[in-house]
Ligand binder design. Sequence first.
Ligand code: SF4
Length: 166
Amino acid sequence: MIVSACFAGIHCRFDQRHNRIDAIQRLVREGKAIPVCPEQMGGLPTPRNPAEIVGGDGEDVLDGRARVVDNHGNDVTDAFLAGAREALAMAKAIGAKKAILKERSPSCGSCAIYDGTFSKTLRSGMGVTAALLWRHGIEVVSEETWEEEKDAQDSTRTVRRDPEEG
Ligand code: SF4
């Protein structure tokens, strides 16, 4: 399994903070999960400007229909795509079938992301890394949908999400 590195207490967020969740950090400590931060792996610095997807969601970015732009108007699409590919490479390297990723992130969001207007407005859709992992058959859940008890019993189960579920 891979998890968003910020869940493990790593200060990799754009503002150099973390989103530690004790139960997920414990999975890392026990060797059941590998932490990845796609934005750092794609070459972006920390701290960095916050970014949002403009013109769609992560799937649209993968298909070239949308871009990732930071709050100063810089196009950071290439770094987001590179980070997504690195996260996928890590997932494949360890045989991960599941990812627990941070909801609402333009990389890691699995159900909701910000809409590209930098007005704290949400829209449905996946982040770039979540979309790429999902396309490669890796189950993607968020900290809000993750079922801790089930993972404690079975950390290797694979469930493909139906694209129609959004
Ligand atoms: Fe956390 Fe993902 Fe953002 Fe990195 S890219 S800080 S792992 S939400």
